[in-house]
Write a protein that binds this ligand. Structure first.
Ligand SMILES: Nc1ncnc2c1ncn2[C@@H]1O[C@H](COP(=O)(O)OP(=O)(O)O)[C@@H](O)[C@H]1O
Ligand code: SF4
Ligand SMILES: [Mg+2]
Length: 392
């Protein structure tokens, strides 16, 4: 790493940048050179560990500017799971990467703040210098990338990959680091000694995913970001990983940002679910809000795309058409070209996120139910009608 916040273009990634960012058990806060990134933690509710406001990210490409993330705001509560759900290309991975500032050079965070808090201290991650950022990534927030199955170095045994990460983050006692690695491999229900001595290609996809989850836990992070943790796995292995994550969450109490296109996965693991469309959170609420009281047509479409055992509730179609070109978004609401509820008004106005229930938080996450739709009430009523018909 150079003294700037971005690595040089051809930098050889350090062990963490192969896919996992992990935090240590003894918390230190040397936010280093980045004193100007410190903010007053008392402005945040006590239970919020991550507070994102108006996060906006664009990629510069030859054809123009890809507006990948547009004014996304959410709060993440300690020990809770927020799932970001949406079709491929909706900007979920870009959000995740922005949270740990690991975007590619073509990307720019053009607006917003990401505040991370532990106890009485808080920092704006987007203003951290190189040292503070390195500390944040490794000591506070772990990320397992979407391409996790390829994230392990193919020519290094699993044990040595754990030791590399540990060493890079100040665990100088090799024996203790190795013992911790074996303990974590057992925790994720692997044959620890065998797996530690293996090369990644000797392991199945599910085993490698579990190795990466274990590596993410190496230094006891307060926040873990998992990008599509089950996508590349067969259905039985998916079940094992879901059960494992649920157990780990209960035991370790980390907060989780779960990125997935799979609503069923979110239903199983999340406390809060946000649907992401064309770079925006269009609805966010508890699992019960999203499944039993959805207010956005896109959420409705995603629900209808999940097969049910009874097959009754098919009156509404799943989401037809294609996601918009993020370089050339349609005017007004980006969902308009696919929306069965759309009106002329929707072409003139891009709806702001508004609370569904004024008695609850007006921000995505942290217990609120919010939606960005001009006709949210009509959408909710339609769902209600179809749901009651299906119950009869
Ligand atoms: N490195 C990149 N360069 C240019 N555009 C990118 C890059 N990565 C992602 N994008 C674009 O940003 C948008 C969001 O992508 P992404 O965050 O990967 O979505 P998701 O994770 O929901 O599939 C897409 O239109 C994608 O083409
Ligand atoms: S604002 Fe209009 S077009 Fe957009 S989701 Fe709501 S009804 Fe559909
Ligand atoms: Mg992705």
């Amino acid at each position: 790493m150079t003294a700037t916040s971005e690595p040089p273009r051809n930098a050889v990634p350090d062990p963490g940048e192969r896919g996992v960012f992990a935090p240590p058990s003894s918390f230190r806060m040397p936010w280093g050179q980045a004193t100007d990134a410190r903010i007053d933690a008392s402005t945040l509710p006590d239970d919020i560990v991550l507070s994102v406001r108006d996060l906006t990210v664009a990629y510069r490409v030859r054809r123009g500017t890809v507006k990948a993330v547009r004014r996304i705001s959410f709060d993440l509560r300690r020990g809770e799971t927020l799932a970001l759900i949406g079709e491929s290309g909706s900007g979920k991975t870009t959000v995740a990467l922005a949270l740990v500032r690991l975007l590619v050079r073509a990307a720019r965070i053009t607006d917003g703040s990401v505040v991370y808090r532990r106890g009485a201290r808080a920092v704006d991650v987007l203003r951290l210098g190189a040292a503070g950022l390195r500390h944040y990534r490794w000591n506070e927030c772990a990320m397992v990338f979407q391409s996790a199955l390829n994230a392990l170095n193919p020519v290094i045994r699993v044990r040595d990959q754990f030791l590399d990460v540990a060493k890079a983050h100040g665990m100088t006692d090799r024996r203790a680091a190795e013992a911790r690695a074996l303990e974590l491999l057992r925790l994720v229900q692997l044959d620890a000694d065998r797996v530690a001595g293996s090369y990644p290609h000797e392991l199945s996809g599910g085993m490698r995913q579990r190795v990466l989850i274990a590596m993410g836990l190496l230094l006891d992070p307060q926040v873990i970001i998992l990008d599509e943790p089950t996508t590349a796995l067969d259905i039985l292995t998916q079940r094992t990983v879901i059960d494992l994550l649920r157990r780990l969450k209960g035991e370790r109490q980390f907060a989780l940002v779960l990125v997935s296109h799979d609503l069923a996965l979110a239903a199983e693991l999340a406390d809060q679910v946000a649907t992401v469309y064309a770079g925006r959170i269009v609805e966010c609420g508890t699992v019960a809000d999203m499944f039993y009281n959805p207010h956005h047509p896109y959420t409705l479409g995603l629900l209808n795309a999940v097969p049910t055992l009874s097959g009754d509730f098919r009156a509404l179609d799943s989401v037809r058409g294609q996601p918009p070109d993020l370089i050339d978004l349609p005017p007004g609401c980006a969902f308009r070209p696919r929306c069965p509820f759309g009106t002329d008004e929707c072409e003139a106005t891009d709806p702001e996120v508004a609370t569904v229930d004024p008695a609850r938080s007006g921000v995505a996450g942290a217990g609120g139910h919010v939606v960005a739709c001009l006709h949210a009430d009509a959408v909710a009523k339609t769902f209600d009608r179809h749901a009651s018909a299906a119950r009869k």
